[in-house]
Design a protein around this ligand. Sequence first.
Ligand code: F6R
Length: 229
Amino acid sequence: MSKEAAGIVADAIRAKPNLVLGLATGSTPLGMYKELIRIHKEEGLDFSQVVTFNLDEFCGVSPNDKQSYHYYMYENLFSHININPQNIHIPDGNVEEAEEFCRIYDKMIEEHGPIDLQVLGIGRNGHIGFNEPADKLAVDTHVTPLAEETRRVISNFFDKWENVPKKAITMGLGAIMKAKKILLLANGKKKVDIMRKFIKDRHVTTKLPASFLHLHPNVTVVMDKEAAG
Ligand code: F6R
């Protein structure tokens, strides 16, 4: 999965050196980032003009905290490639004026965008970004409460339950659905149920945010054998 995904991203960068690349965090894309670093180091894949937008960040976690997605991105990708730091965009979970920040983030996406290639993972509850199952889904970047299930999954990375973030800033469905191409990744047994539901049930519902991807004209799903059941 990681090699296939990295190949798709690398080809997109070769075809368009100033690619606008939407990125996800979590465990799923870790292998893809490793492989992209390898391709950069061994094959000279050039990130100097690539512009990135991350999907989400925890609220109340500072960019220097090891648990932040900011830290994750530098640790697992940005510190190892020749990306221009000015081209990196990650939501700031620590801003006081979160609403205003969200508007600025959307504006930046609009100015550079639409996103050429958006990499997505999928939550066990069908979330994409942190667009959690709900009665309605937001179009724009917004602050969202994290589902209990999501908090349980990420709790491994925090020393105690009280410190597990309750909220995150996430891109909305709008910027995701406007991306020219979407690459959805899933690996491991824990994703079998949601991938079966997502692929087999061809209905769109806010209770399974990933289901909206059925309406997008250019989605590639890459799974490992375990996620594919
Ligand atoms: C992370 C993100 C989330 C994750 C999803 C899967 O930036 O947007 O939607 O992709 O929670 O997480 P993992 O990969 O840890 O299973």
